[in-house]
Design a protein around this ligand. Structure first.
Ligand code: C2O
Length: 513
């Protein structure tokens, strides 16, 4: 196999993605961070040097890590953090998957401050290889002018009353415009040096070519509706799973999710807006400083160079009053697979509860609010044969190689993008209210498979996955404040295989730092 080597240094640096200066945490000074690109079967080797004042860990979102659970990069779960001043080398193969993924810090709230980047795996087995000419990566993120530790401590204090911090802006590939005079109206005014009219991202289109847009929501809170004026999006991939093409005007995408859509450069040579509309319904308050319509530009070769387009929001025209365009029932995996029958069922109830004494809301899965372990990782404990874990760790042990049916009831007024590490899951049921066995409808015929699933507001979701990957696998809300508030459960898959893991000594050594 080809070895893909990367040498990364993470350090703090002040930059101005939207014109306003703020300190960020960056890999090799880049934002978004470097692209990892490999072919199926390759080995990915990333030496990470931590020049931050806190520990860090890097997670490869969507990688199966079959047989290398300890390379998953989940702080407190599969590793202790890489201490300041030290290096650790992640090293894993990508045997049996392809598509669009991303990587990010999985320690405290660090990824919100910039430690994110795309990860693309190519394969000759991809369904739509011959249907496009070029790859384009489009990373969306909500964005804050205030460093995340301040946001998180505000969120976890009585002052927030359980409301998430509202973004100051949104970015497309790390850039956007910001009107500097609005800084003073923000929840946390920065008074930092700021330049209005900062440039947006521009994507060059050559007439006649077909572009595969690899859309990644690398944000920490907001879900987006993505569209390109005048251009149809033909969706062909969701979270690394090839789909039967479906043409839409816009794509709703929640935090952690990815889609690929083929776009034909078949319009008049001109400039067109790319729009990523933040879904404001989910915000409890409005930030007057926020322009929720995040933009970038498509620029056709030959058209005048401009920072603005004259195109109109055609999705709005085509679907007046409709919030969504693409929905999960429209997505059919290209390689048809029915969901296997369930061998065992796990029921999870998810809610926010106020701790009366502290007047603070925490996120609970089955009455447990997760707090990351510091001096050890649950994987290391499991590897040593431990079976009773700290009360802050909700651990569901799955002993057999069999199909697990996961029923998640969302008792919260918000929608929650839950990510299961190390697996793709079948989405066999979704609906309003609590799941009622035998009554709530399920679809097991070629259901959508993916790794990050939006749990609807006050609704249930039924998932299935094959428990064939030994390890300690987080299943958590990818909204960063919610993860920091405890919304995480861990699946302890195939304990006897986990006890037999030979975990590299240098990984365990970091626990004593
Ligand atoms: Cu994107 Cu637990 O990860």
């Amino acid at each position: 196999p080809t070895i893909r080597n990367y040498d990364w240094t993470i350090s703090q640096k002040t930059i101005a993605p939207d014109g306003l200066e703020r300190p960020m945490l960056l890999v090799n000074g880049m934002f978004p961070g470097p692209l990892i690109e490999a072919n199926t079967g390759d080995r990915i080797v990333v030496k990470v040097t931590n020049n931050l004042v806190n520990g860090t860990a890097i997670h490869w979102h969507g990688m199966f890590q079959n047989g290398t659970n300890w390379m998953d990069g989940s702080g407190g779960v599969t590793q202790c953090l890489i201490p300041p001043g030290q290096s650790f080398t992640y090293n894993f193969t990508v045997p049996n998957q392809w598509g669009t993924y991303w990587w990010h810090a999985h320690a405290a709230s660090q990824y919100v401050d910039g430690i994110i980047g795309p990860l693309v795996i190519h394969s000759p087995d991809e369904a739509h290889l011959s249907h496009y000419d070029e790859d384009v990566i489009v990373m969306l993120s909500d964005y804050y002018h205030t460093p995340s530790p301040t946001l998180v401590s505000w969120y976890l204090s009585p002052a927030s009353d359980g409301s998430e911090p509202i973004p100051d802006n949104g970015l497309i590939n790390g850039l956007n415009y910001f009107n500097c005079t609005l800084d003073s109206q923000a929840l946390f005014p920065t008074h930092a040096p700021c330049r209005s009219n900062a440039p947006r991202s521009v994507f060059d289109f050559q007439p006649g070519l077909r572009y595969r847009i690899r859309l990644i929501n690398a944000g920490s809170f907001a879900d987006f509706q993505f569209s390109i004026d005048n251009h149809t999006l033909s969706v062909i991939e969701a979270d690394g799973v090839d789909m039967q093409p479906v043409d839409v005007h816009r794509i709703p995408i929640h935090v952690g999710q990815r889609y690929s859509a083929i776009v034909q450069a078949n319009q008049e040579a001109d400039n067109y807006w790319i729009r990523a509309q933040m879904n404001l319904n989910c915000f409890n308050e409005v930030n007057p400083a926020l322009d929720a319509s995040v933009k970038a530009l498509v620029h056709y070769t030959g058209a005048p160079v401009s920072q603005v387009a004259n195109s109109f929001d055609w999705a709005e025209k085509a679907w007046p009053g409709r919030c969504l365009d693409l929905d999960a029932s429209m997505l059919k995996p290209f390689v048809v697979r029915d969901a296997p029958p369930a061998d065992v069922q796990v029921i999870l109830d998810m809610s926010f509860q106020k701790i009366t004494k502290k007047r603070v809301s925490l996120g609970y899965v089955n009455e447990t609010a997760w707090v990351p372990l510091k001096k050890t990782a649950t994987l290391f404990q499991a590897n040593k044969g431990k079976t009773n874990f700290a009360t802050t760790q909700l651990i569901v042990t799955l002993n057999q190689t069999q199909t697990v049916e996961l029923v998640v009831n969302n008792y919260d007024e918000g929608s929650h993008p839950f990510h299961l590490h190390g697996h793709q899951v079948y989405v066999v049921g979704e609906g309003r209210g609590r799941y009622i066995p035998g009554e709530s409808p399920l679809n097991t015929v070629n259901p959508l498979r993916r790794d990050t699933i939006t749990l609807q507001t006050f609704g249930y979701t039924v998932l299935r996955f094959v428990n064939d990957n030994p390890g300690m696998w987080p299943f958590h809300c990818h909204i960063n404040p919610h993860l920091n508030a405890g919304l995480m459960v861990q699946f302890f898959s195939l304990p006897s295989a986990v006890r037999a893991f030979k975990i590299p000594a240098e990984l365990k050594k970091m626990c004593n730092a």
